[in-house]
Design a protein around this ligand. Structure first.
Ligand code: PMP
Length: 381
């Protein structure tokens, strides 16, 4: 059996540890999972209602044209349907965009500590991933990414750039000014596609943030990804969205499976997108939770990175493997971020008030139990 090295080198995705597994392994009845940036309020109630009704016709195949959901996206986001598409989570869109734009050995460019799916998709599609270091503030360095592209795109045959804005796991963002000067340099080139992944778009509070959606009609090589997994509370249904030039949407629709997004998922996303009350409630709970975490982390003397997502990455100043283990024993699932090069950091998702309090209380105990190490430097690979 001969398997290509790109496939053999793939590191399987490590999801947040499931609650049931943690309960079994540690003999616990109560476990809180604050590890996967999910919506702690559950799905939008309007989505649940719509899904219950739709159960009756699940003997039928889903609508392969995604007509209703695309219509609602068009109304809500102000783009014609020819510029909109959905996938089985934005994960599927990331994977298929890599397949569409990169032939084997061609290059994908992103940042160090970028959301891990770009690396997995590059490997799975036999493309080569290139990473540019973060800034000192743990941000994507858009200027350095553009410089890297200009210096190396011919030699490395770079065809695709992924910018996660805000980024997971760091929670950092690129400002409107940075996005605009990046696009002014690389926009409208016909040899590279630029993907802005805005999975956490709705949680952003920074006033100088601008969605790349604003520039979709100005640049013909720009794609924006959104997801229904975060603020809309539908991670289990698997719906991601794409706003792109019509030609990209047309090609994507040739490559994707006709029934890639199931009917219940389409129905749920359609209802959730119109549930404004739920969106606002989800924002409020996220922002209140983040402010609580900042205050408590400051009290505990732990450095953290201001987040524009629904999670915060902080430095435990200790071995994160040991911290994680000690937290699990206390029924708290957080996310170590060693795979991104951070050996002493953890990522903590915002939960309900009592879950946030339980996480901080457990962390307080764990800090006493585990000795301090020096903080990790910013990873370079
Ligand atoms: N992009 C980013 C930056 C993410 O953090 C995530 C989820 N962790 C995704 C995309 C994927 O979201 P989904 O596939 O659930 O739409």
């Amino acid at each position: 059996m001969k398997i290509s090295p790109e496939i053999l080198n793939l590191v399987p995705y490590k999801p947040g540890k499931p609650i049931s597994e943690t309960q079994r392994e540690y003999g616990l009845s109560k476990v809180y999972k604050l590890a996967s940036n999910e919506n702690p309020l559950g799905p939008s109630p309007k989505a649940m209602e719509a899904v219950k009704k739709a159960l009756e016709h699940q003997n039928l195949y889903p609508d392969p044209s995604h007509y209703e959901l695309l219509q609602t996206m068009s109304n809500e986001w102000g783009f014609p349907k020819q510029q909109l598409a959905i996938g089985n989570g934005s994960d599927e869109l990331i994977d298929l965009l890599t397949r569409i734009f990169c032939e084997p050995k061609q290059g994908v460019l992103t940042s160090v500590a970028a959301f891990n799916a770009y690396e997995v998709s590059a490997g799975a599609n036999r493309a080569a991933l290139h990473k540019v270091p973060l800034t000192e503030g743990y941000c994507f360095d858009l200027e350095a990414i553009a410089d890297y592209f200009m210096a190396h795109h011919q030699e490395k045959d770079i065809r695709l750039i992924f910018i996660s804005n805000p980024n997971n796991p760091t929670g950092t963002y690129a400002s409107k000014e940075q996005v605009e000067s990046f696009l002014a340099r690389l926009g409208n080139r016909d040899d590279v596609m630029i993907v802005f992944d805005e999975a956490y778009n709705e949680f952003v509070r920074a006033e100088d943030y601008a969605s790349a959606q604003n520039y979709i009609n100005k640049y013909n090589n720009l794609i924006v990804l959104r997801t229904f997994s975060k603020i809309y509370g539908l991670a289990g249904f698997r719906v991601g969205a794409m706003i792109a030039p019509p030609t990209v949407v047309e090609v994507y629709n040739r490559v994707r499976k006709p029934f890639n997004v199931n009917d219940l998922a389409q129905v749920a996303a359609n209802a959730a997108l119109q549930d404004k009350e739920f969106l606002q409630r989800s924002q409020q709970i996220c922002w209140k939770g983040l402010d609580y975490f900042y205050k408590k982390l400051e009290e505990l003397g732990l450095p953290y990175i201001h987040s524009q997502g629904n999670f915060v990455m902080f430095d435990t100043l200790r071995d994160a493997v040991k911290v994680n283990e000690a937290l699990l024993r206390r029924g708290i699932i957080m996310r170590p971020v060693l795979n991104y090069g951070f050996k002493t950091h953890m990522r903590l998702s915002v939960g309900l008030e009592h879950e946030n309090e339980a996480a901080i209380a457990a962390l307080k105990e764990v800090l006493k139990e585990i000795p301090v190490l020096a903080g990790t430097p910013i990873p370079t690979v």
